[in-house]
Design a protein around this ligand. Structure first.
Ligand code: SF4
Length: 305
């Protein structure tokens, strides 16, 4: 297999990381590079393992998204949607396994495939009641998904689903961009609907609008969907809310401009743009005592345990 090359490919999550702590961004995209190899230098290996850490709220989202994806793939493949009780039971037992594998450290044998919690890694383990509450929240959201009218509509017309959590790469100006749409579905009238499941409380409309603008850019550019035929829906399974966001020519134009300026800022920090080489010294840490450090996955390699 050819050696993997560390390329600068823009994504919404990368841009969000870049706008936060510069050193954390460096750990995520440069310092951890190659650390998937157990024989990698200790610093890269540690940064890679820490990059894989999750928190209870992030993990809730991952589990619920996986349940949604699995169910929709199933119906798209021609099978009937299973009962919610079966989905709940599977999600709860998988969640228990995740917690146990993180607690006993066995996840470290395969950090890319298994779940490791910051709470265990940094020995801040919550109580049993906290874990139980997290699993109950997963169950609540899975039940909410089954009751959601848009999910039910997708299950009724699975042949219209075009994309389901598929990683896509496309070019915008002089940079490549990654997108993963939760669901992209034909609306039956020559347009598409972009559906985004949210599972947390801390989502801001402005941030969602930017993300959906990038998805709209993908749909117009790569799938030739006219800008006035795109609808974006955001379903928050935690709050039980649903909102429609405009994705038209203005939002798409704004997304392209944001990608251009953000990727230019990322490149401006590089030591060597052609080779995408970055050195830690050019990515300063936050001041000692900064609140963000308390929740940062990289506080181990950063020396701020
Ligand atoms: S521990 Fe703090 S300074 Fe270090 S990478 Fe994380 S946020 Fe940045």
């Amino acid at each position: 297999m050819a050696d993997l090359v560390n390329e600068l490919v823009w994504s919404h999550s990368r841009a969000r990381a870049f706008s936060g702590c510069a050193r954390a961004y460096w750990f995520a995209y440069y310092g951890s590079w190659g650390g998937w190899d157990a024989a990698a230098p200790v610093a890269a290996r540690d940064a890679y393992v820490q990059k894989k850490l999750t928190s209870r709220s992030m993990w809730t989202g991952t589990v619920v998204h996986a349940v949604a994806e699995r169910a929709l793939r199933q119906v798209r493949d021609g099978f009937a949607l299973g009962p919610v009780e079966m989905a709940v039971a599977g999600a709860r037992s998988g969640a228990r396994r995740d917690i146990e594998g993180s607690q006993d450290g066995s996840w470290l044998q395969r950090p890319a495939r298994r779940v490791g919690f910051r709470e265990h890694y940094y020995e801040q383990a919550p109580t049993e009641a906290d874990w139980d509450a997290a699993i109950d929240e997963i169950e609540r959201q899975v039940r909410g998904l089954w009751d959601n009218r848009l999910f039910q509509r997708l299950c009724a017309v699975p042949g219209r689903i075009l994309e389901l959590e598929d990683l896509r790469r496309f070019s915008v100006g002089n940079v490549d961009v990654y997108v993963v749409l939760d669901v992209l579905v034909e609306d039956g009238r020559g347009g598409v609907v972009i559906l985004d499941w949210k599972t947390g409380e801390g989502h801001h409309d402005a941030d969602i609008a930017v993300q959906l603008g990038v998805y709209g850019l993908y749909a117009t550019q790569e799938l030739a969907v006219p800008a006035d035929r795109i609808t974006a829906m955001h379903v928050n399974l935690r709050l039980g809310t649903e909102s429609r966001h405009p994705v038209g020519a203005a939002e798409i134009h704004e997304a392209a401009a944001r990608i251009a300026s953000s990727s230019a800022d990322m490149r401006a920090r590089l030591l060597n743009v052609a080779e995408n080489v970055a050195v830690a010294e050019d990515y300063p840490e936050l001041p000692v005592g900064a609140p963000d450090c308390r929740y940062c996955s990289f506080r181990g390699v950063c020396g701020r345990r």
